[in-house]
Design a protein around this ligand. Structure first.
Ligand SMILES: [Zn+2]
Length: 743
């Protein structure tokens, strides 16, 4: 049988020593595939293809991408950690011969140490470092690099075994891309040593993975060893184990020995040694139990004619004539729940129960298969005239692939290979594990116990899973519990991890692609001006909404934003705030890939123009003839008071309205972007105590001066004498000044 091997890309050594605030976990992680291929090749290959196995892409490139995203989503649903993960992926020519191939290579793009929730002085792959610290430690850079062998199946590259791009496991004799990618992404998530397995060097400091690698011969962890000890340990097969507590706890429920157990008749009852198939589902516990029935024809190399007897039972099939997978397919079509293939006298090595490889076209096998040597097969045949009941099952009393203390064995072949040795489980494991170094056709898509140990190992490294209880929601999760912020400007830190969306709550993104992880803030504008609110400093792709209204289901949107610009996933809005108005501010995650919204640490910043100014003052004449006399001009003639109400001599009046326009000057008054002059009122009380509230006709700041000019029209019939004026704006009132009216 061909033995394609997985390989693993050694991580680039990049260093980050800066600590950062922590947050924690969520219900799933967004895992995005970044297409790193050139036009026309890899993911961009335009070759038309037919849908296969649930993959409905219409080009080769699309189907490749669909399979990548499918595998990424499996990890996304498994992990429970805030920051999203980007996998930079491409298709290229990797090492090949006619009968072996490096299928893919993957690794963390950077490694990090010195962050919160990490063990000091220990290196972590960036995806795990981001998850543990709850912060984005590598900016817009991808976390994981993955390359897949584009040449697979070519004459010089494992000839005849092509990539199966279906999503359903129905690969037949082909190599299933989804299973390979689930394996590869696990390397990128942390299942890799950063040490050199040939020189033993760990670059002076251990990686987190090495803290769980133990050599049973010396009793030492890799993180405790000298380089020479690591070199020896890397080839100490059978004695290199995983010392992590989660894997060790799960080993007795995952590993075992495949059995055919005959339950009756008593004369032949007991366990039989079996061979297993490289296709179909793994042998599981408790497995399947049924009556054993011989097929017609006995070799099942054509359609089974006694389907009525086979259906619901275990099919017994003679070895020979055609491929194993074809026999099983015929039995499956007849309704069998499992298959036993028995050697015949003319079989190769009839005394050995054969391992059964898969060859040929894609086909979906859903029932388990075991084989028997000739002697055992004859024992069963002797009873198949009557009722024989048997189980195809995984026996957990003998754990293949573990030491006597339930530690999983790690792959440590006699010749060390970087990227293969140490960074996989041992090939002696049964059932076949996702993280063995060689691809197996019977791998499922689960990375969780009791099917597999991959997530158990990642959990030992520090990953939390979606089955781990999420942390409690933040205190400002709900609208009614909005965090109160105040003042002209400021900044607060928090988190939207475990936050929820409420019934009736609007979407906070202008494109309606906000998520369901919102937190709320409440801010009462202390002045009227231009308010700017941003999420700069937050650790994830935020969306931001600002509203008015008293309940979450009856809000009026003031402003919304997703991204500040194409290069900045934080959000920013600027709007006209009115003094005294309460604004409700929501921060949510962008719903990347439909995962419900990014989560992470939130930083909310706010600032307001025209805020925190001193009291509004009408500027006075320094030596005017009357007390508190306003510095004022006729706006057309530029003469000082006293002013006539109607200036019929004003030849410059262009609007046919001869009433005098008075210009006064006011400090600490600015209009916001969306206000006009009418936002300012001049309150005037004339000498007869008649009050007029006069909207300003023009308000503008005076260039290079720290004051604003306000122009207003004197009302008709104003009494002659001294007036008192005040300026009212933004709910505030200025000092009182005087102005004289003449006849
Ligand atoms: Zn691998």
């Amino acid at each position: 049988m061909n033995r394609p091997v997985f390989a693993m890309l050694r991580a680039l050594l990049l260093v980050s020593l800066v600590g950062f605030a922590a947050s924690s976990a969520s219900a799933s992680v967004t895992v995005t595939i970044q297409n790193n291929d050139s036009a026309g090749v890899g993911f961009n290959d335009p070759t038309p293809v037919a849908p296969i196995g649930g993959n409905n892409g219409t080009t080769l490139g699309q189907q490749r991408m669909n399979a990548f995203q499918f595998a990424a989503n499996i990890w996304g649903a498994t992990l429970n950690s805030g920051p999203s993960i980007t996998i930079r992926a491409s298709w290229s020519g990797l090492t090949c011969t006619t009968d072996s191939a490096v299928l893919a290579q993957t690794g963390a793009l950077t490694i990090h140490t010195g962050f919160s929730n990490g063990i000091p002085g220990v290196w972590y792959g960036v995806a795990l470092a981001n998850a543990l610290s709850g912060s984005d430690r590598n900016g817009s850079q991808a976390e994981i690099s993955a390359q897949v062998n584009v040449n697979l199946g070519n004459p010089d590259c494992l000839s005849g075994s092509h990539w199966y791009l279906g999503l359903d496991g129905g690969h037949g004799g082909d190599t299933e891309l989804v299973a390979v990618l689930i394996h590869e992404f696990a390397h990128g998530l942390g299942m890799q040593t950063f040490s050199n397995v040939k020189t033993g060097s760990d670059n002076g400091t251990p990686g987190i993975y090495d803290r769980f690698l133990r050599d049973n011969t010396t009793g030492k962890l890799w993180s405790e060893m000298s380089a020479a000890e690591r070199v020896a340990s890397a080839v100490n097969g059978g004695n290199l184990v995983w010392a992590g507590s989660q894997v060790t706890a799960d080993v007795p429920n995952v590993l075992g020995t495949p059995r055919l157990t005959v339950n009756s008749p008593g004369s032949i009852a007991g366990n039989y040694t079996v061979g297993t198939a490289n296709f179909g589902p793994s042998i599981s516990s408790p497995g399947i139990m049924g009556n054993v029935v011989r097929t017609q024809p006995l070799d099942a190399c054509s359609a089974v004619s006694n389907a009525g007897s086979i259906s619901g039972n275990i099919a017994f099939i003679d070895r020979g004539t055609c491929n194993f997978i074809d026999k099983v397919k015929n039995a499956q079509n007849a309704g069998a729940i499992g298959v036993i293939i028995g050697n015949v006298s003319t079989s190769n090595n009839p005394s050995v129960a054969p391992g059964m490889g898969a060859v040929g076209a894609p086909v979906l096998i859903t029932i388990p298969t075991e084989s028997l040597n000739f002697s055992d097969a004859q024992t069963l045949r002797g009873q198949l005239g009557g009722a024989v009941n048997a189980s195809i099952r995984l026996d957990h009393s003998v754990l293949l692939g573990s030491d006597s203390s339930d530690h999983a064995l790690m792959f440590a072949p006699a010749t060390a290979t970087q990227g293969s040795s140490v960074s996989h489980f041992d090939t002696s494991a049964f059932p076949n594990l996702v993280m063995e170094p060689n691809y197996s056709g019977d791998l499922g898509h689960s990375v969780l116990a009791p099917q597999d140990l991959t997530f158990s190992l990642l959990h030992d490294l520090g990953w939390a899973g979606s089955s781990t209880p999420p942390p409690p929601p933040p205190a400002n999760d709900n609208f009614s519990a909005a965090q109160v912020i105040s003042g002209c400007s400021g900044s607060v830190n928090g988190s939207n991890v475990s936050a929820t969306k409420e019934s009736g709550e609007p979407n906070h993104s202008p494109d309606n692609n906000g998520g369901t992880k919102s937190v709320w803030y409440q801010w009462q504008a202390p002045a009227t001006g231009d308010a700017t609110i941003t999420t700069a400093g937050s650790s994830f792709d935020t969306v931001l909404g600002v509203y008015t209204g008293g309940s979450v289901a009856s809000l009026t949107a003031v402003a919304k934003n997703d991204d500040t610009n194409a290069n900045d996933a934080t959000s920013s809005v600027t709007f006209c705030a009115t003094a005294g108005t309460i604004y409700m501010i929501a921060v949510d995650g962008y719903n990347n890939g439909g995962a419900g919204g990014d989560v992470g640490s939130v930083t909310l910043n706010w600032s307001l123009t025209n805020c925190g100014l001193g009291a509004m003052q009408i500027m006075l004449e320094e030596s005017g003839p009357a007390a508190n006399q306003a510095a004022a001009f006729d706006a057309v003639l530029f003469v000082r008071d006293p002013f006539p109400v109607v200036n019929s001599s004003d030849v410059f009046n262009l609007v046919g309205d001869p009433n005098t326009r008075v210009l006064i000057f006011v400090t600490n008054l600015q209009l916001s972007q969306c206000e006009n002059a009418a936002a300012v009122t001049v309150n005037l009380i004339d000498s007869l105590n008649q009050t007029y509230n006069i909207p300003a006709q023009d308000v503008r700041s005076v260039p290079n001066q720290a004051f604003t000019q306000v122009l207003f029209r004197l009302p008709n019939n104003l009494a002659v004498g001294t007036c008192q004026i005040k300026v009212i704006a933004h709910g505030l009132t200025s000092n009182t000044a005087t102005l004289r009216i003449k006849s």
